[in-house]
Design a protein around this ligand. Structure first.
Ligand SMILES: C[S@@+](CC[C@H](N)C(=O)[O-])C[C@H]1O[C@@H](n2cnc3c(N)ncnc32)[C@H](O)[C@@H]1O
Length: 240
């Protein structure tokens, strides 16, 4: 393996799906942030130990967590875990959670795939991925987080009828997602026509990345899939 390819792997066989994990943070800033994060923090390896009541909603690659934090405030009866490796955005998130006095939110600052590996089987109601890194160049596409491994992890942790929700603004990634999901054959779209994918769900709160995409003239797609449902009623298969 070439030297520059070594950094591509976070562990054997697992590609690095993210870019930077922090920027311009001094050691002091990092310490301050770690202290602020502490009350909300959930380490990936501890995810199997916690008991959840009501619904559990997990978002991976949440950036500054704007959408999930808003939802947590509107749904105090449910539990939320947001996961992100990029440290800088977590400062804004913790400020928001503190202002809202949010009690039903945990932050995992680890690789999302480690979190999903450790969550108990059949424990999650919704798994959410908003604007995953597009890795647009052909040689980078293998780093896209929506792939067979993620779908296997989602299949294990989601309850029957659990939801996999993915938003993207990149047409090529949308087709990639559909191919991955349909090939996996565990999750099926709830939409009865592709137009539904242009409409945000009721709980939606726009994210930083979405704002940037819209400003640059790109169109968001919101795709909801359900685990193990009868797919015979869907006409929403642009691949056939
Ligand atoms: C394009 S950004 C979108 C952020 C946010 N969802 C939004 O819509 O504003 C994708 C994010 O996914 C994070 N990410 C990528 N792979 C990840 C992984 N394996 N575990 C945790 N976070 C990851 C990146 O660090 C990045 O912040």
């Amino acid at each position: 393996m070439k030297n520059d390819e070594k950094d591509l792997f976070v562990k054997a066989g697992r590609l690095r799906s993210f870019g930077r994990t922090s920027s311009r943070l001094t050691t002091q800033d990092q310490e301050k942030l770690d202290n602020k994060l502490a009350p909300y923090r959930l380490n990936a390896e501890d995810a199997g130990k916690i008991k959840f009541e009501n619904k559990l909603i997990v978002e991976i690659g949440m950036g500054n967590g704007a959408c999930l934090a808003n939802r947590a405030q509107n749904e105090p009866e449910n539990q939320f875990i947001g996961c992100e490796v990029y440290k800088n955005g977590l400062n804004t998130l913790v400020n928001t959670l503190n202002q809202q006095n949010t009690q039903n939110f945990k932050i995992c600052h680890d690789d999302a795939r480690d979190l999903l590996e450790n969550l108990p089987e059949n424990s999650v109601d919704e798994l959410i991925v908003l604007y995953p890194d597009p890795w647009p160049k052909n040689k980078q596409k293998k780093r896209r987080i929506v792939n067979e491994e993620l779908l296997n992890l989602g299949d294990r942790i989601l309850k029957d009828d659990g939801i996999l929700f993915i938003a993207t603004d990149i047409p090529d990634y949308m087709m990639w997602i559909l191919r991955e999901v349909y090939t996996h054959n565990t999750f099926f779209p709830t939409a009865i026509s592709p137009e539904e994918w242009a409409t945000a769900p009721t709980w939606w709160h726009s994210t930083k990345y979405e704002q940037k995409a819209i400003k640059q003239g790109r169109k968001p797609w919101y795709m909801t899939f359900k685990k193990n449902v009868d797919k015979s009623n869907t006409k929403c298969d642009p691949l056939v």
